[in-house]
Design a protein around this ligand. Structure first.
Ligand code: EPZ
Length: 406
């Protein structure tokens, strides 16, 4: 199991809070992580990648004590909106930040109003000028922050900012994702006073400074779900070693409902499917609900179901771009608003297709594994943002898949 990209990124950002070196273990080799390292480097932090001898992962050693340039420039943020995660730490540690407002991306507008509302409640002045958010505060003061909706990076940004604020902060309607909990663990290791992560209310009592830490990142539950779905869609038998069944409970429940045989083993999770694929209805929702990051992959699986499945995407407004590509492989999918109705077909047929965003590209890989004939997927740089050597992992499971030069 590779480390979770969406846990590594906020923990990298939290190094800006530390008055000592931060070591992050079990880090996958992913483009987004390299980009984030470059961003921290631009700010003056020292970022080193240490080989661990284990081919699967690397360690990052970050020393942000030299960071002085509290700015995330447009050309960085436009390629990776997770750059917004430096906002809270910079304001908390240096009293100011200048972050390019992240534009939308393929899956939606992706506003950060909740991040800014929270910073204002903590006492920061924020303003928008020339496409940049400028935030300033002498010292942040603890406050109660009610989120209008569950936001993962919003919760992470404000949890980080609150660690050095004066007084107590309550995050109400906080995101409960396991990656938020992993960040809280790392922050606690740095000396932060945090409780309630994983529930709807997180309480942070500000401290005067944070030290360095060594933290081993949790496994990537989205990658594990993708690999288990590869087993289910091909009628195979896949065990995701080290997978945390609880962090994937909603996906495993739907896999079970579809007729796949799901077994929780001491060292991971095993999925086998040799009967028909029963249709399953689902709606994505914030953790512990069905993750939006697995919606596209599960839809590929439902393309082969015996019957009709409805899949509703409630988190992002435009996360059905894989549908047009799946249709080119013979899938029968109708979209009405935020709901896709999938009418199962006996077989998909391989076709050249285009990746559009990270998880959509994974869904095309899964469809290609199960299709008759060969599928060629273009623009797989989207895939490399979130999956480390996916083709190697799938080949080791028996897939006939190769990376060809574009
Ligand atoms: C995180 O994005 C993940 N990224 C996403 O994974 C994931 O899909 C998403 O959470 C939902 O689980 C990282 O953790 C780096 P949100 P984030 O703020 O934090 C709206 C992947 O594939 N919203 O939880 O940006 C927003 O528009 C990526 O690895 C506001 O309106 O998502 C969305 O509709 C893709 N205002 C909803 O809330 C705000 O201020 C949830 O967004 C913030 C969010």
């Amino acid at each position: 199991m590779s480390g979770a990209k969406n846990a590594v990124l906020p923990i990298m950002a939290s190094s800006l809070l530390a008055e000592g070196p931060v070591e992050i273990a079990n880090v996958p080799r992913l483009r987004d992580i390299d980009t984030f390292g470059t961003l921290l480097g631009l700010m003056g932090a020292k970022v080193k990648r240490e080989e661990t001898g284990n081919p699967g992962d690397v360690e990052l050693h970050i020393d942000a004590r030299g960071a002085r340039k509290a700015e995330a420039p447009y050309d960085m943020v436009k390629t990776m909106r997770a750059s917004v995660l430096v906002l809270g730490p910079l304001v908390a540690r240096y009293g100011m930040a200048r972050i390019s407002l992240p534009g939308g991306c393929a899956i939606g507008a992706r506003p950060i109003d909740q991040h800014l509302k929270g910073l204002s409640l903590l006492g920061a002045e924020t303003k928008l000028s020339e496409g940049y958010i400028e935030a300033r505060a002498d010292r942040l003061t603890g406050a109660t922050i009610p989120f209008d909706m569950k936001t993962v990076t919003g919760t992470e940004n404000l949890m980080m900012a609150a660690t050095l604020a004066k007084g107590t902060t309550r995050l109400i309607n906080a995101a409960r994702e396991p990656e938020v909990c992993d960040l809280a663990l790392a922050l606690r290791g740095m000396g932060a006073d945090i409780e309630g992560e994983g529930t709807d209310e997180i309480v942070v009592r500000g401290v005067s400074s944070l030290s360095g830490v060594r933290h081993e990142v949790m496994g990537d539950r989205i990658e594990a779900a993708t690999l288990l779905l590869a087993g289910a869609i091909t009628g195979g038998d896949v065990t995701a070693e080290g997978a945390d069944a609880e962090a994937m409970a909603a996906v495993l429940e739907k896999l079970g409902e579809s007729g796949a045989d799901v077994s929780l083993l001491p060292g991971g999770v095993r999925v086998r499917r040799n009967g028909q694929i029963r249709p399953v209805n689902l709606a994505t929702s914030p953790y512990p609900g069905f993750p939006t990051d697995v919606q596209a992959q599960f839809m590929a699986y439902m393309c082969l179901c015996e019957g009709q499945s409805t899949i509703q995407e409630t988190i992002f407004e435009n996360r059905f771009m894989h549908v047009a590509e799946l249709r080119r492989m013979g899938a029968r999918i109708d979209i009405s608003g935020s709901t896709a109705t999938v009418k199962g077909v006996p077989r998909l047929s391989g076709a050249p297709c285009m990746a559009t965003d990270l998880r959509a590209s994974a869904s095309l890989v899964l469809a290609g594994l199960a299709a008759n004939g060969t599928t060629e997927i273009l623009r797989i740089y989207h895939l490399d943002r979130g999956y480390e050597m996916l083709e190697r992992k799938l080949s080791s499971l028996g897939a006939d898949i190769a990376r060809v030069q574009e």
